[in-house]
Design a protein around this ligand. Structure first.
Ligand code: SF4
Ligand code: SF4
Length: 307
């Protein structure tokens, strides 16, 4: 992997994802770290699109001297994608021969990809697999960062898993990364975020010199969460929906797009599973929720059948 801070040329890091994933947080952590290391930093971003299913991106450029805040197409030294389709959308911004590609493989399906509301309708989503994309990239890393973070106990630490991978592409010390991350995340999540950072970093260090391309795609057993064995659940005997009311912003997307019409907003305008018997566990609501408020759990047998 190329180390990115030695030359006098500005380094360009493009961070992309969808609303609610923490693109701006990743960008701020990187920009702060670069500033602390004495670099001039320029940052530009587009955000606020979460409720429209839109993408969020941030350009971070740093070096001894940086003039423009934006990265031209084909000019990114590193692409960090928090969502798979966004990775594909922006991959042409990567330097063609020596850019570093880092992406979560999780899918967040935009509403316009679910235009058919028939039962079991297909969701229109990019079909390119991580292995197909990595085969065309000199220095690529694709991992189920969300599944890894879920295993640690907090899906939202997925972006810190990616920061751990990113840390191996830059010359900053791991402890400097840890200090900046700790200063940005909520205090009660610092432990999980440190573990997430270390998992991403350790994995990337392990595979970066591997001649085996397959090693650069890290899967997780937790990509499809299984029903917690001790949790009480009230849906089908093979599926359980966890809807976090604190994160639900009442956008109504899940209600409108559930193919089985089993969700509704309650009197507080929070999404609830109103018809659990009809829920098939298709996960469309989970993929669509811009605020990551829904997690669909399946029994291990059902998860295996749907994998
Ligand atoms: S749970 Fe449903 S209503 Fe609430 S934010 Fe997510 S998609 Fe919108
Ligand atoms: S998993 Fe979500 S979208 Fe799918 S049927 Fe159940 S409530 Fe509806």
């Amino acid at each position: 992997m190329n180390k990115m801070t030695s030359s006098s040329e500005p380094k360009n890091v493009l961070i992309v994802g969808v609303g609610g994933q923490g693109v701006i947080l990743v960008s701020k952590i990187l920009a702060t770290l670069c500033q602390q290391q004495g670099f001039q930093v320029k940052q530009s971003e587009v955000h606020g699109m979460a409720k429209r299913g839109g993408g969020v991106f941030s350009h971070v450029r740093f070096g001894e001297s940086v003039w423009s805040p934006t990265i031209p197409k084909g000019g990114a030294d590193i692409l960090v994608a928090l969502e798979w389709a966004e990775a594909l959308r922006w991959v042409n911004f990567l330097k063609p021969n020596d850019g570093t590609f880092i992406s979560d493989t999780q899918h967040i399906v935009p509403p316009f990809a679910c235009l058919s509301r028939k039962r079991s309708a297909e969701v229109g989503y990019s079909r390119e697999t991580p292995d197909e994309i990595l085969a065309h990239i000199n220095d690529g890393y694709a991992m189920d960062a969300t599944g890894i973070a879920r295993e640690l106990g907090n899906d939202r630490a997925a972006n810190t898993v990616l920061l751990g991978v990113l840390s191996t592409a830059l010359e900053f010390q791991a402890d400097d990364w840890r200090n900046v991350i700790s200063s940005f995340v909520p205090p009660k999540t610092i432990d999980i975020n440190m573990k997430a950072f270390d998992q991403g970093r350790d994995w990337a260090l392990k595979v970066k010199d591997s001649p085996d391309d397959a090693a650069r795609h890290l899967r997780s057993e937790h990509a499809v969460p299984t029903v917690p064995t001790k949790a009480p659940y009230d849906a089908h005997d093979f599926v359980h929906l966890d809807i976090n009311p604190a994160w639900c912003k009442s956008c109504d997307i899940c209600v409108k797009m559930c193919p089985e019409r089993c969700l509704q907003l309650d009197e507080n305008l929070k999404a609830i599973l109103s018809a659990p018997d009809r829920c098939t566990g298709c996960r469309i609501c989970e993929w669509l929720c811009p605020d990551l408020a829904i997690t669909v759990y399946r029994t291990p047998e059902a998860a295996a059948a749907c994998a």
